[in-house]
Design a protein. Structure first.
Ligand SMILES: O=P(O)(O)OC[C@H](O)CO
Length: 414
C-alpha cells in the first residue's frame, strides 16, 4: 500500500469516527428531548434572599428566580439616571416581556437605558420581540463577529454575561438569564451588590459596549463611562473574561483559590467540563485532606454535556472528592465557596466555552459573612442531592463506559 493510500484510509477512519461521535451526540439529544416532553420539574428547596454587609457595601444572594426578578424589576422602575442591562438569553415570554416593558418605560421617562443581548443565544426568539423602541439603546451582539478575520479566534466568544446596573447604586450579576422557566423551575444563584463594587460592574458593561459598538463616534460623542472609580474595596473583585483581549482571569481566579484551600471547596456548576489541570487541582486538594464537594445537575438540559462530564468522575471520586447530583430540577448556578472565607458567584460555567472562550463576569469576595451565606445555600442544595459513590460509579454497566469514552474526544468543543 502506498503512503498516499494509507493517509487516505487514516483520514477516512478519523472522519468516520468524528461523524459517529456527532451522530451519537445528536441521537442522545433527540431521545432526551422526546422523553422530557410535557414533564415539569419538581419544586426544590430554596433559601430566601440573604443580605450581608461586605466592605463599604452590601451583598444580597438570590437562589430563586422570582425573588430576583421582582427586585431587578423594582430597581429598573426606580431608576433615575441610567440603566445598563446585559443578558445572554432574553426569552420573548412573560418574564422577558416584563423586562422589556419596564426598560422601555424607564427610557420613556428620560432614563438613559442601554441593553445588550447575545444574537446566537436568542436566534429562536421571535423577531417581533427583538424590535425595540428607539428610546432604548440596544446592542445585539452579532452571531458572526469575526467578519473577514476568520482566523482570529479572539472574535468567536459569545457574550455569556448576565448583569444589570441601575444608577450608581446597585448592580446585579450571576447565573440567571431572563425567562419564565428560570423564575420558578431552575435553581440558580445571583447577587445584588451595593457600594464600590457597583462601579466595576458598570465599567465591565461600558468596556464591552465601547469595544463592540458598530458605529464610529461622532466628534461630539464620548465613549460610555470615561470617568474612573474613586474607591477600592479590598474584599471584592470583579473578574471579566474578555476573549477579544485574550484575557481569561476567571479560570486563574478559581485555580488560585483551589490551590490554597485548606478546609473545604464546595463548588456548584451547571456544566462540568473542566480541563485536565482544573481536575488535577481539585483532586490534589481532596488528596491533601480538603473537603471537596462538586454539586451538579443529575440531568442537565444538555444531555451530551452530562455524558462528557462523567468522564472526570472516576479520577475525582478516587481522590476523595464528593459528587452530589441535584435531582428533579436543573441547577444552573455558577458558584464556589472555600475555607469559610472565599466565594465566587458569576456567569462562568466550569467548561472550556466559559473559562477559555466567552465573555464572562464573576464576583470574587473574601469575606467570612458572605462565605457563610454561600455555605448555607450549598447545604440547602445538598438536601436535594443524590451522592454518587466510587463503588456505584465503578459498578456502572459497559454501555455507559463505552458511551463516555466514545464521546470523550468532543470535550475540547465544550
Ligand atoms: O449558557 P448558560 O449557562 O447561561 O445556560 C443556558 C442554557 O444552557 C440554555 O440552554
Amino acid at each position: 500500500m502506498t503512503v498516499a493510500r494509507t493517509l487516505t484510509a487514516v483520514r477516512r477512519t478519523l472522519l468516520g469516527l468524528v461523524g459517529l461521535q456527532l451522530g451519537l451526540a445528536i441521537a442522545l439529544s433527540l431521545v432526551d428531548s422526546y422523553r422530557r416532553r410535557g414533564k415539569k420539574p419538581k419544586p426544590f428547596p430554596v433559601t430566601g434572599p440573604q443580605t450581608v454587609p461586605v466592605g463599604a457595601g452590601e451583598i444580597t444572594t438570590y437562589t430563586f428566580g422570582r425573588d430576583l426578578y421582582d427586585d431587578m424589576l423594582a430597581a429598573i422602575d426606580g431608576a433615575r439616571k441610567q440603566i445598563l442591562f446585559e443578558t445572554y438569553i432574553w426569552k420573548g415570554d412573560e418574564i422577558g416581556w416584563k423586562f422589556k416593558t419596564a426598560l422601555t418605560a424607564a427610557a420613556d421617562r428620560g432614563v438613559d437605558v442601554h441593553c445588550i443581548y447575545d444574537g446566537f443565544a436568542n436566534m429562536v426568539v421571535s423577531p417581533a420581540f427583538k424590535r425595540f423602541s428607539p428610546s432604548l439603546k440596544v446592542m445585539r451582539y452579532p452571531i458572526w463577529n469575526a467578519g473577514l478575520r476568520v482566523w482570529d479566534l479572539r472574535r468567536y466568544g459569545r457574550n455569556h454575561r448576565k448583569l444589570l446596573v441601575v444608577d450608581e447604586e446597585v448592580a446585579f450579576l450571576g447565573g440567571y438569564n431572563i425567562g419564565s422557566a428560570y423564575a420558578t423551575e431552575w435553581r440558580d444563584t445571583h447577587v445584588r451588590i451595593t457600594g464600590p463594587g457597583v462601579w466595576d460592574v458598570k465599567r465591565a458593561f461600558a468596556d464591552f459596549w465601547n469595544l463592540n459598538r458598530r458605529r464610529r463616534l461622532t466628534r461630539s460623542e464620548r465613549p460610555l463611562l470615561l470617568e474612573t472609580a474613586s474607591d477600592w474595596d479590598p474584599q471584592i473583585r470583579i473578574h471579566r473574561n474578555i476573549p477579544r483581549q485574550w484575557n481569561f482571569p476567571i479560570r486563574s481566579m478559581y485555580l488560585e483559590a483551589i490551590n490554597r484551600a485548606s478546609r473545604n471547596i464546595w463548588l456548584t456548576t451547571a456544566y462540568f467540563l473542566p480541563d485536565q489541570d482544573f481536575v488535577d487541582s481539585l483532586a490534589e486538594a481532596a488528596q491533601r485532606g480538603v473537603d471537596v464537594r462538586i454539586l451538579l445537575p443529575l440531568k442537565s438540559n444538555h444531555i451530551v454535556a452530562d455524558w462528557i462530564s462523567r468522564g472526570y468522575y472516576g479520577q475525582l471520586l478516587a481522590s476523595g472528592a464528593r459528587i452530589l447530583r441535584f435531582k428533579d430540577a436543573m441547577v444552573h448556578a455558577k458558584t464556589a465557596t472555600i475555607d469559610g472565607n472565599w466565594a465566587t458567584v458569576g456567569t462562568a460555567n466550569i467548561d472550556r466555552l466559559s473559562l477559555q472562550g466567552n465573555y464572562e463576569i464573576n464576583l470574587e469576595v473574601i469575606d467570612p459573612a458572605f462565605a457563610e451565606v454561600m455555605e448555607d445555600v450549598f447545604r440547602t442544595d445538598e438536601t436535594n442531592c443524590l451522592e454518587l459513590t466510587l463503588a456505584e460509579w465503578e459498578a456502572r454497566d459497559l454501555n455507559r463506559k463505552f458511551t463516555e469514552s466514545f464521546l470523550a474526544p468532543l470535550r475540547p468543543l465544550l
